[in-house]
Design a protein around this ligand. Sequence first.
Ligand SMILES: Nc1ncnc2c1ncn2[C@@H]1O[C@H](COP(=O)(O)OP(=O)(O)OP(=O)(O)O)[C@@H](O)[C@H]1O
Length: 249
Amino acid sequence: MRAAIHFEEDASEPLLVLDAISHRFGKVLALDNVSLKLQTGEILCIIGPNGSGKTTLFNIITGQLKPQKGCVRFAGKSISGLSPDRIAHLRIGRKFQTPSIFKDLSALDNLLVAHTAAKSIPKKDRPLQFLKAVRLHGMEDIPAGFLSHGQKQWLELGMLISQSPRLILLDEPTAGMTQAETLETVALIRALCEQTRCACLIVEHDMRFVKAINCRVLVLSAGEIIACGEYDDIRHSPSVKTAYLGTHA
Ligand SMILES: Nc1ncnc2c1ncn2[C@@H]1O[C@H](COP(=O)(O)OP(=O)(O)OP(=O)(O)O)[C@@H](O)[C@H]1O
């Protein structure tokens, strides 16, 4: 992600608006008339069985795919069809499931690389503050390859957030983590979003995470939104149970 570019915005609109997005791969309708709104600082979890369209949705927001129908608006402007690079310039960041960090560089140098990529010169001690925020205080000199799996994920979160994003997309941020690390990740993401007012879309299969982060949850099935609401509401929804467990649920 690069430094922010000037972007006049319409403060009356939610930060992110997906308006009736549909996308097809041959015979497969990967997204079918999907609409959603996300406010500044809001966290939203997206869940759904395999093949339900979660990755396609992320790819459309970040410009890897151009929606065949519908429109994506960010801060009041259409971003449908912009290149991934231009969308990243608008301070939309993405973290994939496998951490992409530089294993031979120290944790601190990884953060400095993120700043360089964002063309921003960090203020003194700022990278150390980010390391502290992602639970890596005192580990600044450790080569990133020696960190635990959970710590690598946190380091990448720190690299992402240190670039001052307005929206981040996280793909299974707790995959492979212990329960303790998962719960710590919940606290960490909540704190980062509250402190920076960054909005966050999270694709996650781990229901312990989804329950603990306590945000709005959107459920996709076969490309359609079948439920959206609080965790307790969606977990009792008959259509959600059917989507996950089949018609005998
Ligand atoms: N490039 C592609 N070419 C053809 N079909 C695709 C392509 N990308 C996705 N699909 C199909 O679109 C549907 C949605 O896929 P998508 O990867 O978005 O689902 P997902 O919810 O992210 O799945 P998972 O949880 O397994 O990652 C699936 O049926 C998938 O096979």
